[in-house]
Design a protein around this ligand. Structure first.
Ligand code: GDP
Length: 319
């Protein structure tokens, strides 16, 4: 059994590779919900949707979000009605938001709604939101205290970032199954997702970081940073804003208290050698997923590296 902590676009590409080499029944996803938003009165959960669509084979490969072959008639019509249209919702995608909102309004939890949607779409892996309570990623900028989607989608992450916080995290509890899936996993993987806003939000839910620290199985992360920059998006900017180096060493530092193995790009071989001297196990491989076959190759390489464990510093400390 493999448990994966993941966000949206980078995470979904990695999960695409995994789902092609591991039976879905053996996969559990713990997904970031810090980016969730109310859009036109509907409960949208971008990362839950990306992972669900990917596992259902329905994610748009060109866009990296939303449903393959979707149309945008409703979005255009809403624009004509003078409504905000900066968050792109396709017509088929809209159906998911409507159903989730209906399920939540009928008293179901986010976990229950997520499971129902996933099952309806034919997904056999388990998809768990990090929490059933609302935890909202807030990005403080000179332009104001923004939700993640306002910062990322509406304003194209152009604002300087002063800090990031997870509103509601202190009172939140992990969703049912989250802690147990970490404890019982044979392997825990951290996808190449934004460490601050996709994984940091999950780690901010009380109990999850502790469960990872106590986990007896290996924990391996794929670095979303290659060289001195994120492969895509604002991960570098956000890591710097939180005081972390924008490098594979910064990623190792972010996960230092539970990580056993860091998977980095082959182009980072020199930095990997330096990181090994600190006691971290590091595996170099091609981590940039441009083509569909790159995803499978990365997933295979990660599983292979994770299956041959030279005892890392993290494991020795926890033993
Ligand atoms: P978000 O909700 O769109 O922020 O989704 P994620 O957090 O899952 O994905 C963003 C992260 O994925 C960024 O930090 C990227 O650097 C990383 N990423 C995207 N594509 C790739 C890739 O092909 N390889 C690696 N190693 N990282 C990637």
């Amino acid at each position: 059994m493999i448990t994966v902590l993941t966000g949206g676009t980078g995470g979904a590409k990695f999960v695409d590779g995994l789902r092609q080499i591991v039976p879905q029944e053996e996969l559990t996803m713990i997904v970031n919900t810090g980016d969730d938003l109310l859009w036109w009165g509907l409960y949208a959960s971008p990362d839950l949707d990306s992972i669900t669509y990917m596992l259902a084979g329905k994610l748009s490969q060109e866009r990296g979000w939303g449903v393959k072959g979707d149309t945008f008639h409703c979005l255009h019509a809403m624009g004509q009605l003078g409504q905000p249209i900066w968050f792109n919702v396709g017509d088929r995608d809209l159906a998911t938001h409507i159903l989730r909102t209906r399920l939540l309004a009928s008293g179901k939890t986010l976990s229950e709604a997520t499971a129902e949607i996933a099952t309806s779409l034919g997904v056999r892996a388990r998809i768990l939101p990090m929490s059933d309570s609302r935890v909202e990623t807030r990005v403080l900028t000179p332009a104001g205290d923004l939700s993640f989607e306002e910062y990322f989608v509406q304003r194209w992450y152009q604002d300087p970032v002063e800090s990031v916080r997870f509103a509601g995290a202190a009172e939140a509890r992990p969703a049912p199954g989250v802690i147990e899936s970490i404890r019982s996993a044979d392997l825990v993987l951290i996808a190449p997702s934004n460490p601050v806003t996709s994984i940091g939000s999950i780690l901010a839910v009380p109990g999850i970081r502790e469960a990872l620290r106590e986990c007896r199985s290996r924990i391996a992360a794929v670095s979303p940073i290659v060289g001195d920059a994120a492969v895509t998006g604002p991960a570098g900017i956000l890591m710097a804003a939180q005081g972390f180096a924008v490098s594979i060493a910064g990623v190792a530092d972010f996960y230092h208290d539970f990580l056993d193995l860091l998977i980095v790009d082959s182009s980072d071989a020199t930095a990997a050698e330096a990181l090994r001297k600190t006691g971290m196990s590091v595996h170099c491989t091609a981590t940039i997923m441009r083509k569909p076959e790159d995803r499978i190759a990365l997933a295979k390489s990660v599983l292979q590296a994770a299956m041959q464990p030279p005892a890392s510093q993290g494991q020795l400390e926890r033993a």
